[in-house]
Design a protein around this ligand. Structure first.
Ligand code: HEM
Length: 404
């Protein structure tokens, strides 16, 4: 039985993924109404396949699309529908490409690398406080503060408002998971509406007085006729929502994994130059966004099996990353793994646009902690993980750090 909201799945999803990879055909999971692709070759191939798309809109009858939206409960939430459900992640073809190029330009590798000093200063300040405590929750007290602050800073949000961004993004994102309720719907719509008003004010300010930040570059793109105001708002929301919880989760699972493999932690302490490989391995080993969907925009044959137009597939990036046909000793955490062609950031047309930023956050945090501590220990050796198919990360992670 595949029950991604069970405790057993939260404890170890990889056992279930291994079973799925053994099946002759993709498993049909009712909860997501999708065929689950679990092998690396199938997941990677699907992410690259241009006939497999994110949205039904482009190729299905509008009445059918509306009925699907209702069946999933994605209706009667005007702002969420307008800004979140139709973000660039949910578009395909020319519109998607146009918006993607704007973000790619704004989040260039060079711009992100320029943020290293700012991130180091922020993390060092957090560590100054935390290292005075004997024990703390790595997720709530450290990981949760970093991505929201950094993305907020890049967008151009004042420091004092960054904690609010976290609440909005969590309430917006939780609505995408299976098992959502009416209460989740209200929270998601309210968060989108509040965030919309907040961004509208910020955009007006930046239009009057541009700064060196993302909102200013997106405003410039709008003024140049490259995107509408609604697309601008939606893109800001996506940048925050896509990169926030996922980075918190992988920081938590990365720390959990590192402490669980003491010889790997020792190696990283001795060879801090391995940090980039170590971070990539953290993303492979515990992918924080293990599931994304695609629709077949035309009839498809996959491994000899026929699927009609409109079929929904679930791409299990988290399973592909543990496939022994792709990765030697796939269930071992090895910070020297090279090459490491994991798919934690997806592949193809929708490849993550924030991967440089999230890897930089991770590098700075782990290097900072290892540099300033002699020893790290878990207070609870078996931290509980979230019960979810779409996200993977510990609920909390109590640690004891011994400073140098
Ligand atoms: C822990 C970190 C992250 C992970 C694991 C992650 C993962 C992913 C994945 C798997 C996709 C592709 C979805 C698909 O295949 O349908 C994606 C798309 C995207 N990500 Fe990330 N992401 C992370 C952080 C970020 C950050 C920090 C940002 C922004 C600053 C960001 C912005 C985006 C955007 C804009 C897209 C949509 C790209 C498109 O549709 O063309 N992500 N991400």
């Amino acid at each position: 039985m595949f029950e991604p909201q069970s405790e057993a799945f939260a404890i170890n999803p990889y056992k279930f993924y291994a079973d799925l990879r053994q099946l002759d055909e993709p498993y049909f999971y009712e909860g997501a109404a999708a065929y689950l692709l679990s092998r690396y070759v199938d997941v990677e191939g699907a992410a690259r396949n241009p006939t497999l798309v994110r949205s039904l809109d482009a190729f299905m009858d509008p009445n059918y699309v509306k009925a699907q939206q209702r069946a999933r409960g994605w209706h009667d939430m005007p702002n969420h529908e307008r800004f979140v459900q139709f973000s660039l992640l949910e578009r395909d073809g020319a519109t998607h490409f146009r918006l993607r190029v704007i973000v790619l330009r704004a989040l260039s590798r060079r711009f992100i690398e320029q943020q290293r000093g700012m991130i180091e200063t922020y993390v060092d300040r957090l560590l100054d406080q935390l290292l005075q405590q004997k024990e703390f929750d790595f997720v709530a007290d450290l990981a949760s503060h970093v991505p929201g602050h950094i993305i907020g800073h890049l967008l151009g949000v004042p420091d004092k408002d960054c904690p609010q961004l976290r609440i909005w993004s969590e309430n917006i994102v939780q609505f995408f998971d299976v098992g959502r309720t009416q209460a989740h719907k209200i929270l998601a719509e309210n968060a989108t509406t509040e965030f919309y008003f907040y961004l509208s004010d910020l955009i007006t300010e930046r239009r009057k007085k541009p700064q060196e930040d993302l909102i200013s570059s997106l405003v410039a793109a709008q003024d140049a006729g490259e995107m509408s105001e609604s697309e601008l708002i939606s893109t800001c929301m996506l940048i925050l929502a896509a990169g926030h919880g996922s980075t918190i989760d992988v920081l938590g699972s990365g720390m959990h994994t590192l402490v669980s493999y003491p010889e790997q932690m020792r190696l990283l302490r001795q060879e801090p130059g391995h940090i980039q490989m170590a971070v990539q391995e953290m993303f492979r080993f515990e992918s924080p966004l293990p599931f994304f969907h695609r629709y077949a925009s035309e009839a498809l044959v996959l491994n000899g099996q026929h699927y009609p137009k409109g079929t929904k597939f679930g791409l299990l990036y988290g399973s592909a990353n543990r496939d022994p046909d792709q990765f030697h000793d796939a269930d071992a955490f090895d910070i020297t793994r090279n090459p490491n062609r994991h798919v934690a950031f997806g592949r193809g047309a929708h490849l993550c646009l924030g991967n440089h930023l999230s890897r930089l956050d991770m590098e700075v945090i782990f290097l900072g902690i290892l540099r300033r501590t002699r020893h790290i220990e878990l207070s609870d050796p078996e931290p509980a993980y979230k019960r979810s198919l779409s996200v993977r990360g510990p609920e909390s992670l109590r640690v004891t750090l011994t400073p140098k």
